[in-house]
Design a protein around this ligand. Structure first.
Ligand SMILES: [Zn+2]
Length: 76
């Protein structure tokens, strides 16, 4: 633990320290917070991925509802 460490900043998103070069200071309603670029990018991608997933789930649910309706009809 005596080796010199590069300057790091605590990432409030990951709850760990990252090298300062990977960090960005965000100003929020509650104050300034350091967040890493990776988490910022992941949030952006996550939003797009969630939207795509939501669309996919809607289609899956529709297909499932159709197959369930078929099963119900088969049992009647
Ligand atoms: Zn982070």
């Amino acid at each position: 633990m005596s080796a010199p460490t590069p300057e790091t900043i605590f990432c409030y998103h990951c709850r760990i320290h990252h090298p300062k070069a990977e960090m960005r200071l965000l100003v929020t309603k509650t104050g300034k917070r350091w967040r890493c670029l990776k988490s910022i990018e992941a949030t952006k991608q996550g939003k797009a991925a969630r939207e795509a997933y939501g669309r996919q789930m809607t289609e899956t649910n529709k297909a499932e509802a159709r197959s369930k309706a078929r099963l119900l009809n088969a049992h009647q």
